[in-house]
Design a protein around this ligand. Sequence first.
Ligand SMILES: [Zn+2]
Length: 80
Amino acid sequence: MERKVFQLGDVVLMKKNHPCGSNEMEIIRMGMDIRIKCVGCKHSVLVPRAKFEKNMRKVLRSANNMSALDSEGGPSNIEE
Ligand SMILES: [Zn+2]
């Protein structure tokens, strides 16, 4: 069984479309309940974590990836 991993700021794909037609949601608050914002109409809703995990399909964009630039490893092209 694959565990769903998500974090604050992630944009996730939901199984059910929002009434506006979009099924992409951004996680704007995490806690006992999760607040998500519809990417299509900017409407935000609060859903229990269990329900959210059941309704989300996958993470489309992780907020973590944007700040995790590759800073390791030295320069590969050194000139003397
Ligand atoms: Zn919407």
